[in-house]
Design a protein around this ligand. Structure first.
Ligand code: ADP
Length: 221
């Protein structure tokens, strides 16, 4: 469903990805693990169409996406992908429900309908009681569950999460992962999580390990 073939990406003299190939099936939850600097975030950025590899191919449902132009890749990301980063990156002036509704509002859905969808997703992620609070009033774990809700509200094909629990203590991190995995499985969403934390990787169906920009384990399902 999502496939990378012989990806290569360098930054100046640093080789971040040195021939990475992998395949992620529809509905699969995959953890990309490896030490800091092994190329995990660069791989996520290539697969999510945020950056383009210098060589190799990225395919979604068989179609090349790495060759698309900037505008097409932006459209693809809005249509098919959801992304969660380490610090949630919510809009501070908006309530949790408004933050989650934002991608729908950008897609010109009605305000009431968008807020209804947002509240229902917040409920599924166990943070319904935060709906009317602003980010400054929320814990790190609540913030990340709201960021997951915002990434899922458009019903993406793939959810990409880059160290989604990296700023949390282990209990809060496990709660975020539990909520993320349940929500993704309920919709059959494919998930790719970048993490250096074994407890996070344990929530995945499969682990793909990177070292120095190459896959060292886990390419076969
Ligand atoms: P990880 O996510 O596993 O920590 P990264 O993909 O962030 O690894 O980085 C892989 C290598 O590429 C590292 O050596 C890092 O310093 C380098 N790198 C990543 N992004 C950039 C960038 N924008 N500019 C320069 N070097 C980068």
């Amino acid at each position: 469903m999502l496939e990378a073939r012989a990806l290569r990406k360098t930054f100046a003299r640093t080789v971040a990805l040195d021939g990475v190939s992998l395949r992620i099936d529809a509905g699969e939850i995959v953890a990309i693990t490896g030490p800091s600097g092994s190329g995990k975030s660069t791989l996520l950025h290539c697969l999510a169409g945020i950056i383009r590899p210098e060589a190799g191919e990225v395919r979604l449902d068989g179609d090349r996406i790495d060759t698309l132009g900037e505008t097409e890749r932006t459209d693809l990301r809005r249509r098919s992908f959801g992304v969660v980063f380490q610090f949630g990156q919510l809009v501070p002036e908006l309530t949790a429900a408004e933050n989650v509704a934002l991608p729908l509002l950008f897609d010109r859905h009605g305000r009431q309908e968008s807020l209804r969808s947002a509240r229902s997703l917040l409920d599924r992620l166990g943070v319904a009681d935060c709906a009317d609070q602003r980010p400054a009033e929320l814990s790190g774990g609540q913030t990340q569950r709201i960021a997951v809700a915002r990434a899922l509200v458009t019903g993406p094909r793939v959810l990409f999460a880059d160290e989604p629990t990296g700023a949390l203590d282990s209990l809060a991190g496990e709660r975020v992962m539990d909520a993320l995995v349940r929500a993704a499985r309920a919709d059959g969403t494919t998930v790719m999580i970048v993490t250096h934390d074994n407890r996070v990787a344990a929530f995945a169906d499969r682990e793909i390990a990177l070292r120095d920009g190459t896959v060292t384990a886990g390419v076969t399902a």
